[in-house]
Design a protein around this ligand. Sequence first.
Ligand code: NI
Length: 229
Amino acid sequence: MLLSIPDVLTAEQVAHCRQRLQHAGWADGRITAGHQSAKAKDNLQLPEDSEVARELGALVQEAVQANSTFFSAALPRRIYPPLFNCYRDGQSFGFHVDNAVRYERGADGAAQPVRTDLSATLFLIDPQDYDGGELVIEDTYGMQQVKLPAGHLVLYPGTSLHRVNPVTRGARLASFFWIQSMLREDSQRRLMFELDVSIRRLTREVPEHPSLVQLTGVYHNLLRRWADV
Ligand code: NI
């Protein structure tokens, strides 16, 4: 399932991120690329341990954790600390699949594995301010091109082949990260998301309907059966 989630960041938060990123110390994006994807990758990235990456990463993580659509679609178990990248002057990232497991360094130096069930890209520049830079994702239904307003996020299965088209004018700034979900399978996450959306709509429109209690029970009992926590 490929899902766009609007307004994950407010206009003020987007402006703050852009202002901080403008003066940040960018590095070659190959620092986090796997062996295979390093050949396809040409962009700039903030080093994970930089102060700006940590500060803005915490801001993004807090925003997604407060977003009910994100929670419902991802059912996150672990979120890899958000990273930041920049494409400009024709830079691009050819077709690749992200590494299956990322290791998050804890405060004690121990590495915590995060299985990348889902990938997320949070756009920080409005589409009219740069040319190219579409995120192209191979979905079950074919190729999807994604280029969202600043502050919006796209969530897609970590199993997907994807690329970023060359940026031929301006600069494309984004935050990107991975999520280990309580549900490993995309098909299960999709079912749970559709069930949750339906329950929420019924709760708004027919709040007294007795079947709502039963349906909510079905949701939680399916989650209990499938969840890996
Ligand atoms: Ni990727």
